[in-house]
Design a protein around this ligand. Sequence first.
Ligand SMILES: [Zn+2]
Length: 323
Amino acid sequence: MKEAFKIGSLMAEQGEKVSGYLPIINTEVEIPITLINGRNEGKTILICGGVHNAEYVGIQSAIELAEELDPENVNGNIIVIRLLNRSGFEHRTMSLVYEDGKNINRVFPGSALGTLADKIAYTMESEIYPRIDYYIDLHCGDGYEALVPYVYCLGVASDYVVETSRKMAEVMDVDYLVVSNVDRGGAYNYAGALGIPSILLERGCKGTWNRELVEEDKHDVKNLLAFLGILDGEVQKKKGVPKEVNPVTYEDAPATGCWYPSFQVGETFKEGEILGVIKDYFGKELYTCLAKHDGIMLYQTISLCIMEDTPMVAYGTWDTNKE
Ligand SMILES: [Zn+2]
């Protein structure tokens, strides 16, 4: 007999799926989750939507995966967090926590005594991470961002975590892969520091979602589950291995103003080309953003408003000799 799977007050027996709310420690806030206790023994994975609440492709994919995954075909356990930043979602804050204006992916490790974002992170660390072997975080561009689909794996962790997360990322049917160079701040980065192989999938943007993108996300997650042996069936790749983009340049805006990007995401450019310009409300140029190296635009702000010290462009390149 396989053990019951418990988180908070929710409990799924062998072969059962249970949905309900998980309380955030020291708050009145509850987040919607689903526990799937598989028919057979195996590993445990976390599928998380809504670390950023305006990233709707990931949230809708998590909601549908929680409904579709059948415990009869599962080996091990699956935790689906359908929407982590619920208060942000319900106040349409772009992607910040409503109560404190914090980005959940900048506060790990969290705290039981901080503001709501810190407590959400702390709840993840204390209630979820001790129970999981793998983690896939479903993101997309925020309401003011455009991006091309790509996947992050971990670069700063134990050899096992780095190698396993890389293999997990390579299962994704996306064109590009980025190796993360941080081990805290973000939910999946910090899980990696704790020894949990983790990846972050980026697909969709601009505060929208559609059927095609959600189906692609679900296809990737189900492939990952099959690859890890958690779901019965074979991996069914549509594309080759994603191309590693390295180095990646992340440039924040040096000033607040109006932003005029030159390229679309997915377009390529040469070192020294103008990637965009920030102007004031009288059309006076405040800053010209130049490409520091050849690259492809992975994501960029597309709202007219740009704010000082917030993301402006992220672009990367790759070794063309390896092609
Ligand atoms: Zn995100």
